[in-house]
Every structure is written in C-alpha cells, then in structure tokens.
Design a protein around this ligand. Sequence first.
Ligand SMILES: [Cu+2]
Length: 474
Amino acid sequence: MPHPNRRSVLAAFAALGAASTMPAGLAVAADQPRRLTVARRTLDVLGRPASVFGIVDDHGLPGVVLSAGERFAVDLDNQASEATSIHWHGQTPPPQLDGISETGYVAPLAAAELRPFDFAPRPGTHWMHSHHELQEQNLMTAPLIVRSNEDELADVQDVTVILNDFSFRDPAQIFAELTGGAGMDHGSMQGMDHSAMSMDSMPSMAGMDLNDVEYDAFLANDRTLADPFVVTTERNGRVRLRLINGAASTAFWIDLGGVQATAVAVDGNDITAVTGSRFPLAQAQRLDLILDVPAGTVVPVFAQREGDRARTGLVLAAPGAKIGKLPAEADAVAGPLDMAFEASLSAVSGLTVKPADVRHSVMLTGTMAPYSWTLDDKTWANRRKLEVSAGQRVELEFMNHSMMAHPMHLHGHHFQIVSINGKALSGAMRDTIMVPSMGTVVVAFDADNPGRWLYHCHNLYHMMTGMMSELVYV
Ligand SMILES: [Cu+2]
C-alpha cells in the first residue's frame, strides 16, 4: 500500500516540475520570509518503508524555487528532533549565513530552533543539504533553484531532478564499516541483510577505486526506475532539465540513450553550449540540459553509477505517449567519470583576465585501506589553513595523490577551471570540481567574500574522515 507521506512528497516533486508554469500570483512576496522545515518522513523504497529526512516548504514542496529578483529570505525550522546545519550549496552569502558550523560563526541549529536567513541569491541550479554529521546520507537534501530573468522569459518547461544514493542501513553503521570501527546494531531498519562488501570486492577499474559504499537503491526525486518520476511535457516539448547530484558518495553518468541535449550551465553558471547525449555528474555538481521531446515520444533520462550497471532516472513523456518498462540495470558497466566533458567547457562569464596574486597547492591524500582521507596528509583537526588577502586573484592547485577521484568543493565562491592535468584552459565557472585519480586541476577565483571558508571533498565519507580544511582571509 502506498504510504501517505510518500504520496505527498511525490505530489510535491510533481509541483516542483511544474514550477515554471505557476501563475506569478503564487510567488511569495519579497518581504515575506518562506519557511523551510527539516523533518523526518517515511519513504517507500522498493516496497519497504524507510525513515529519512526531508526539507520542505509550507506547501510540502521540497526546497526552494525563487523567481528572478527575489531575495533568499528563509526561516529555517528544525523539526528533525536533533541538531542540524543546512548549507546553501552554490550560494555565496557572507560566512555567517553559509549554513555550516565548523568555522565557528554559528552553532548548529538545535532541535526545534528556528533561524532566519536573508541574502541576495545567486541565480541558477543549486541545492541545500545537511552539513552536520551523516544526515546528508539520509536524504537531508533538496533543490535550491534561483530563476534568472532569461528563465522567466523563456518558453521552456523547467524540470528539476535531485539524485540520491540510498541504503536501508544506518549511515553511522556504513561509516563504521568503512573505517573498521565497531558495527552499530541499534539503528538499522527492518531486519535487512546488513552485510557490507569487503574491501576486496569493491569495484575497481584500471587500478582506480570507484565506489566505497554498497547501496540498496539510487533515487531520482525519491523514486527508483521500478516506479519512476514521470514528467508530461507541455507546449512545444522543450524542457530545461536541472540535474542535481545530491548523492552522498556516488558519481553518475547522465545518459539520454542517444537523444541529443544541449548543456547550458554547470553548477548554476552558464557555459558555451555543448551538445551530447552522455554527461558526467560528480557528487554535488549540477548540470542544466535543454532538450526537445517530440510529440508522441518518450525520453528516459538515466543516471548510471560509475563502475556499475546500477542506475536510476526519470521519464520525459509527450502527452499520450506510451511509457515502457525501464530496467534498473544498464546493459553494460559504466566506466569511471573522465575529464573530457570538463575540458570541453568554457564559461560564458568567466573571470577577468589577470595574473594570479597567489597560488596554493593542496594535495589530495588518503587510501581505502585503512579508510582515511585527508588534505596534505592532514585531517580537519590538524588542518593547514590556506591564507589569502581580500582582493587577490587566487589560484588553487588540487594535486590528487590518491587512487580515487575527489569532487572538491569550495564554500562562499565560484571558481574557474584554468588547468586540467597541465593543460591550460578558460573553463567553466563552478563550485565543485572533480579531480581525477592521480590528476591535477587548477582553479582560480577572486577573494571577494572575506571570512573563513570550508573546502573539502564532497564524498561525505571522505569529508567525515578528514578530507576538509579552510581558506581564511579578512
Ligand atoms: Cu574524496
């Protein structure tokens, strides 16, 4: 029997998919804060109930969709019955409003605490997620869409998709299994089989480590391919797909099965249009695709885990088109994410051309066994802070000395990719860049938002073992 909570969340995502067609009168007045509530909910996954988190507004819609020109004015209400911090990923407010507690500006939100946030948002496809303990793994994630003036004028149907990896196991138990800590036996669900994969059986390609965690399912807007999220196209069938990788530790290939789409933005930043049918999407990254769904046709949008056949996805369907069964496993194992797409990108509005004032190198270090991930061989407790000065053009060189790729995220800034494996480019503006195994990526940004700012790997379990440090300036 469908669970009522699940039905309401599905309805919520359906409404999100139709957000662009909402009459303007429904938009919240700019001076009236929206309330976002963090709470537990029950989600049906493959026929079993799971206790997960959600972040919803007063209508039960996940996350926030702002109209062009609207402020990010949000009262965050913590009804999760435990402390939390919600980070506005992709936004660049002052550090006190970044939604994290690690740098000491603010404490986590206590249970039942309500905290206001108010800043001018950055347009584009962004998201929000817990930056507290392992809550992100339990789906404390949601879209944060800020529409631009161009979006408001375009005759395009907005469809937002957030991808997640899902396990019936307690995230603390997953973490303990990875790190060899004592297993936890109290937090697991429904008497599931809790066997973890041994390190020997972890998927590995060409000496690279790909997936740390065995999951029970991969979700697109809370659903698996057994019962996928279906969007019926409108008007001329043109769709802007706003894809968000909200997974805790999974990188996906977005695969349109040969249908051509145009990539127009990454991490909320416009890029020179790139056409394709298959696109990499690392943890925390976003990708905006424009595609046409001809009358009478169906376009499945798959997200396949790298190094695996497992996939999730959604369906774009023209009115009346017949939707067939979509297997949850692809015919072939997907290879590891690579840098070919990244190397093909260029920013529409990149940094001004000027030499860097300062350059810092950061080594990405660590191993699967023992399971320990670090920056410059140091954990968060012993971190080497990067110091810069306000107004400087800063280059950050990420040198990956490990056998695994790491999606590196810098808070409070967007940076431009200026070199991949020694080859200079004027690449995309982003807030999260995948640094390939044994590879080097250089990013550049202007130090225009003074404060203490986290930078870290966006694989949750890597971050939690110590792959995080901070950038500091006044
Ligand atoms: Cu990592």
